[in-house]
Design a protein around this ligand. Sequence first.
Ligand code: AMP
Ligand code: GLY
Length: 423
Amino acid sequence: MRVLIVGSGGREHAIAWKIAQSPKVDKIYCAPGNAGIEEYAECVPIDAMEFEKLAEFAMENSIALTVVGMDDPLVGGIVDVFEREGLRIFGPQRNAAILEGSKTFAKDLMKKYGIPTAAYENFDDPKEALAYLETAHFPIVLKADGLALGKGVLICNTLEEAKEGVKTIMVDKQFGSSGNHMVIEEFMTGREVSVLSFVDGKTIRCMTSAQDHKRALDGDEGLNTGGMGTFSPSPFYTPEVDEFCKKYIYQATVDAMAKEGREFKGVIFFGLMLTEQGPRVLEYNARFGDPEAQVVLPRMKNDIVDVFEACIDGTLDQIDLEFEDNAAVCVVLASGGYPVSYGKGYSIHGLENFKGKEGCYVFHAGTKRTEDGIVTNGGRVLGVTATGKDLKAARANAYEAVKLVDFEKAYCRSDIGKAIDEA
Ligand code: AMP
Ligand code: GLY
């Protein structure tokens, strides 16, 4: 069969790598893809938001399955366009992708169905938000309602900072129309865990846990980014935590969406905070995490195409997910200046060192092929992933592997996975 992947990041590279292992697949395309994805897929220059063109491409090229990695096209309704044309596509329809597309929707859903999350209020008028803040406890969290490249969350320590935050989100509209509505939410403390799951509308199957490192610099300093590195599994995701989440969060979310007439098919990514009072949902995403996918998929034993098809067909109850009994660590190599401003077009050296290296992967995020070889083309450039028998071994392997590649102004955090020492 022929498969089309929509997206161009490290997550899509990991998805392409995993799909390429399926004996059912003879050809993979990726739109628009990147220089690393080219190893497994023919990259086609169609933007991820050009739904009609993508559907036309899928029909002309007899694509049997399309897999969407990115949030924007899902929230924008790519699945609805494909399904209207009778095409098979893995991902939630627009009315279900709202679980990620609107934080006010997600919070109201959790409240209505008793799913544990931080206390909150929704606002669509900055004056009301400011009045509310006068009597609030600090720190407090402000969240722009819509998609904001992972940057629409502001943690405010004082009333002054929060007032400034309301201005940034709702008045200056720094995140565009995503700031038309805003959530103000209780600040929680604890460890964060990402749990990705497959959902077929009724049944949910969770993948192994992972932990992201959102801040740009060591020690969780600096600005929030899309994610600077991950490890899997999380030693803090204990059987007790799993039991709690199974009882109160995972199936409850799937059932709530179905009850609302928004049957969810695809990946639900649960961003969890393990608070002293128990696990709480920080956020939902309607897709694989990036770079969570880069540590979870290398540990997955199943043929992922079977799982995608079961989600589409509503037969996920017949599938058991299996993961290797090992660990994986992904260290993101970013371009100096990311996440604010950074150069592009720097030559990347050493990629060939990964050829044939067992348990070592270099997933491309922002890269491009030119006449002079592969160059940087984004803020997050590469995700260097290694597996190992346990987290310590995987971390050591990943940092060894990072030394194999280089480009001008490359930087990475040196403490990805350091938290495991406290487990
Ligand atoms: P989100 O995009 O909702 O995952 O938020 C980005 C990051 O902000 C999360 O990964 C957390 O580190 C932090 N965050 C979000 N909501 C809260 C909260 N209620 N309390 C504390 N930290 C939060
Ligand atoms: N790594 C977090 C995300 O994909 O949103």
